[in-house]
Design a binder for this molecule. Structure first.
Ligand code: HEC
Ligand code: HEC
Ligand code: HEC
Ligand code: HEC
Ligand code: HEC
Ligand code: HEC
Length: 421
């Protein structure tokens, strides 16, 4: 039996309880820093300023180009923090020991000055840094459980592992039934053999099961031939349909760049790198300069010394002015026209609907089939996001009589010329 004491390795006497009590009070006092406004409005306003000016380099709970900011006002008095944000150069020039060390720790990366921020802005920023986007562990767990449930529901039906189990069980049951039937037959045969039967019946009862005869019978041959023909035909048709379809294609890239790290963990917006998605046809692959916004400062993953060989490749590309030769993953044939801004900006469709969970991919792979059927299916099913788009007001009015919602097919989404030159 485990006693409570050995379980946690602490003596639960009055002394420990008292220490815990005072520790709690201490944490409480720390959290309730009177210099920082904790109201929701201040936090929300601070978030806006933060996203506009600081998000390229900072996160609250994670090191990016600069340190994780949460707790900055615990490490230094709020007034010092404000001075540093406004103009870090001035604070460093004054010889402040804490910030000078921090500056050294970050490879002498100068934080840009933010003289334009008002006192209100600065106060709101501190509110956001202290209280913003707090992760409540219980809520996070619930959300995680929620998405898992959602995935199963979205897949619609029975997961494949269960299908295998069900099949095996069915086979076992069938074998059992066969055995039982065999037993019944042998018992019946024995019984009948003891009876007095006429010759015909006698012959019928004692006949042996002849496998060879069954195999040679016309019925059996027809069934087997039909099965083989069907199988061959299906394989051939599937093969033909998949000519040129590259679903799942995930080539190795020249730099081990990870979307899971950048778009997932570091939460960099897709648009930060794929600058074309809202303005044009092509999403664009970022040039090395965009990588350099951060990698001038970040030379390796946290905790490692020197320059990472993978990041060195970015430096080489910039120094030699050569492009990084990313291998293209998605590729429609020339005869088809696809436009990102039409789908992302006008249609309001998430990248993940077509590209899958990119933010979880170490290496990007093609998630959807990208066939004509795939485009058309979605155009048949998807309602147009007409709300707040004056362009569609007239169409919506004309469409009011029909019972169905306005879908992409209703605005010409199935016309050959819309997708073909
Ligand atoms: C170009 C990148 C960059 C931008 C943009 C930036 N910072 Fe920084 N920040 C840094 C770096 C790097 C440091 C580490 C100190 C140094 O090198 O000067 C730092 C340090 C800090 C610190 C001290 C953190 C600590 O642990 O004590 C605070 C506070 C801070 N930044 C707030 C902000 C705020 C608020 C903004 C937006 C208004 C901002 N920074 C914008 C790069 C940046
Ligand atoms: C820091 C920059 C950066 C961010 C942020 C980023 N990407 Fe990328 N993305 C790249 C680079 C570089 C490539 C080319 C290398 C590769 O395929 O991994 C790429 C490739 C892709 C491709 C494959 C392109 C092809 O060749 O067909 C898709 C799709 C894509 N990204 C989607 C996304 C989505 C969706 C997000 C947001 C969740 C995102 N990316 C965020 C840099 C970025
Ligand atoms: C907004 C900032 C930012 C941008 C833009 C960015 N990165 Fe990064 N990248 C980081 C940070 C921060 C790390 C280190 C993460 C860590 O410490 O775990 C990193 C890590 C990496 C690594 C891992 C190095 C290793 O040795 O494992 C590679 C490779 C990389 N980045 C490539 C790129 C490429 C290529 C681009 C441009 C397409 C790019 N990054 C754009 C912030 C950025
Ligand atoms: C309606 C489906 C759809 C949506 C939504 C979508 N894409 Fe694409 N994406 C495609 C198709 C199709 C291609 C192939 C285009 C081609 O080969 O001409 C592609 C290609 C790409 C490429 C390769 C470079 C290029 O432009 O051809 C990148 C990068 C990319 N998408 C990123 C994104 C990002 C980031 C988002 C979200 C902001 C997004 N996509 C949203 C369907 C989509
Ligand atoms: C996930 C759903 C989805 C997929 C997949 C999709 N589309 Fe679309 N598409 C839309 C929506 C929604 C619109 C309507 C946007 C708007 O409001 O104009 C649209 C509009 C269009 C239009 C403009 C139609 C018009 O009449 O103005 C073209 C062209 C188009 N898509 C081409 C394609 C091609 C080519 C593919 C396949 C490579 C594709 N789409 C895949 C959802 C999709
Ligand atoms: C929503 C967009 C869309 C519409 C509408 C559309 N197509 Fe396509 N079509 C495509 C795409 C994307 C491909 C390329 C598919 C691939 O590579 O598998 C394609 C391929 C084709 C091909 C080449 C077949 C092949 O497998 O390479 C033909 C022929 C074709 N379409 C004819 C038509 C005709 C005729 C219509 C009008 C009845 C039409 N398409 C309407 C998107 C569309």
């Amino acid at each position: 039996m485990l006693s409570k004491r050995s379980l946690v390795g602490v003596r639960w006497n009055f002394h420990t309880l008292a220490v815990l009590f005072f520790m709690l009070i201490g944490i409480q006092a720390f959290a309730a820093d009177p210099a920082v406004d904790s109201s929701d409005e201040a936090v929300a306003a601070g978030k806006t300023v933060f996203n506009a000016n600081c998000k390229t380099c900072h996160r609250l709970d994670q090191k990016l180009v600069g340190p994780a900011l949460r707790g900055a006002t615990d490490r230094q008095p709020a007034d010092n923090v404000k001075k540093f944000i406004k103009n870090s150069g001035v604070v460093l020039a004054s010889g402040d020991a804490y910030y000078t060390k921090l500056y050294k720790d970050y490879n002498n990366t100068a934080m840009p000055a933010h003289e334009f921020l008002s006192d209100d802005d600065l106060n709101n920023l501190l509110a956001y840094i202290e209280f913003g986007d707090k992760v409540d562990p219980a809520a996070a767990a619930a959300a995680a459980a929620g998405t898992e449930g959602g995935e199963v529901a979205a897949a619609g039906g029975i997961p494949s592992e269960y299908l295998t189990v069900i099949l095996v069980v069915l086979v076992v049951v069938l074998l059992l039934i066969l055995t039982v039937l065999g037993l019944i037959i042998s018992v019946l045969t024995k019984y009948l053999n003891k009876q007095e039967l006429d010759e015909d019946d006698q012959e019928f009862v004692s006949q042996k099961f002849n496998l060879g005869k069954v195999l040679k019978s016309d019925g059996f041959i027809i069934i087997v031939t039909a099965l083989v023909v069907a199988l061959v035909a299906k394989t051939a048709i599937d093969g033909l349909y998949s000519v040129g379809v590259q679903q799942g294609y995930a080539p190795t890239q020249p730099i081990a760049y990870s979307h899971k790290l950048h778009a997932g963990t570091l939460e960099i917006e897709c648009q930060y790198c794929h600058t074309g998605v809202e303005i044009g046809r092509s999403a664009n692959i970022p040039s090395p300069n965009i990588c350099m916004n951060c990698h001038t400062h970040v030379q390796n993953v946290q905790g490692k010394e020197g320059v990472s060989p993978e990041i060195q490749k970015i430096y080489d590309a910039v120094d030699n002015n050569t492009p990084i030769e990313w291998v293209r993953v998605h590729n429609l044939p020339d005869l088809a026209y696809f436009n990102h801004s039409q789908h992302v900006k006008v249609g309001g469709i998430e990248c993940q609907t077509c590209h899958g969970p990119i933010q979880e991919m170490e290496v990007v792979g093609q998630h959807s089939a990208l066939t004509m059927g795939w485009c058309i299916d979605c155009h048949r099913q998807t309602e147009i996001a007409t709300e707040g788009n004056a362009y569609y007001d007239k169409l919506v009015q004309i469409h009011v009589d029909s019972k169905d919602a306005l879908k992409v097919k209703d605005i010409g989404g199935l016309e050959c010329a819309k997708c073909h030159y």
